[in-house]
Design a protein around this ligand. Structure first.
Ligand code: SF4
Ligand code: SF4
Length: 75
């Protein structure tokens, strides 16, 4: 897959918490001056682990996995 399929990071929503960087198993993402960015896009394994850890909803993995609403969690 090419870079077109990488997770999208919406820097307007991002609060630079760093969670996506910590969870990424391949260190594809690092923190830059404006927020996380793909410093090593070719090592992204499309695992989608970065998407659910982003509490700001700033990360969208557009390559297949669709996360369902967790509205019933804890009930
Ligand atoms: S999809 Fe996986 S490998 Fe790619 S940036 Fe997110 S956590 Fe890292
Ligand atoms: S987890 Fe979300 S809010 Fe935190 S640094 Fe990554 S993109 Fe930004």
């Amino acid at each position: 897959m090419g870079e077109w399929a990488l997770p999208e990071i919406n820097l307007e929503k991002c609060n630079r918490c760093g969670a996506c960087i910590e969870v990424c198993p391949t260190s594809a993402v690092e923190m830059g001056p404006r927020g996380p960015f793909f410093v090593r896009p070719r090592v992204c394994t499309f695992c989608t682990e970065c998407e659910p850890v982003c509490l700001q909803g700033a990360i969208t993995c557009a390559f297949g996995v669709v996360w369902e609403e967790e509205s019933e969690r804890g009930t």
